[in-house]
Each structure stands twice: as structure tokens, then as C-alpha cells.
Design a protein. Sequence first.
Length: 173
Amino acid sequence: MSDNAVTQTQTTYDFGHGPVPAHRHVNPDWSEGGWVADSARVGNRVYIHPTATVSYGCSLGYRCSLGDRCSLGYGCSLGYGCSLGEGTKWITSPPQMHLRCTFLHISRPGVIRSGCVEIAFADATDERIRKECKKAKYSEEVTEQYIKAIRWMIEGCESGALDQGEVVEDGER
């Protein structure tokens, strides 16, 4: 699926359960990206930091971004434009929700993201969310839906009903 077609030699990488066919991703700026299992589906314009890994069966949508030391486990899926912050590890797919005007997801433990806006759970007050929605020129109706969705995702993560992922320490994988 990638628009960065580069001839690659067959090699393997151990994502934690034994070596599987894999390759280094080529980022949109043509820099070398992280390791990606050959069975993963990677959309166009995806950036994968050189230290990030994408395990077998994963799916990354258009314009996703994986930061330093991010790790996606077997079968994880990230939708359009999702971004995972530095050192985030997902064993399962991160919580994601498509709304009328945007796509919400948990970008790293304790942080919710939509488009260019990232808010720590502790800072995600109704007032702050309204301010961000106003900047994006969302209608009042959409803003109220957005507030409900963010509240729901945060409550789900804090209660343990939704997985927030975990932070990977330096040298850990």
C-alpha cells in the first residue's frame, strides 16, 4: 500500500515471538524507518521512527505516525492520522473512535489525541475541549458530542475498561 516503493531484500525480525519476515520501512521523506512485519499493512504517508516496530498482522492507516521506541503488537490497528507518542507500546489496538468531524484515539498512556490536538487526561476539562473545538470551528452540536466522547474514552481508560498501552523504558522492547 505504501507510495514509497523501494526494492527490499528478504530478512526477518524478532518482534518478541520469534523471527518473522520483515523489512525496514521507508518514510515519506525517504529516511529509513522502523521494522515492519511483511504481513503488516501500512498506508501512504506513514512515518515510523527508526526505533519503532510494527508486528505481524498490524494495520496503519494513511498519515499515521509512530514515535521513538513505539511498538505495535500482533494485529494492532491504527486508523487515519493516528499518532503514537514516544515510547508507547501497544499489545492490542489502542482505543479509537470516529466522530463526525474528527477521529479520537489514545496516543500514549494518559493522553488523548484528535488531529493536531493532544490533551492529557488531567487537562481535558469541558472548558479546554470547548476551546479546542472553537479553534477548529466545530458547531455547538459537534462540540457537545466531542466532549461526551472524550469523557467516555477517558473514563474507560481510567477504569481499566479500555487499554491505554504502556510506556516502554529505554532499552526495553
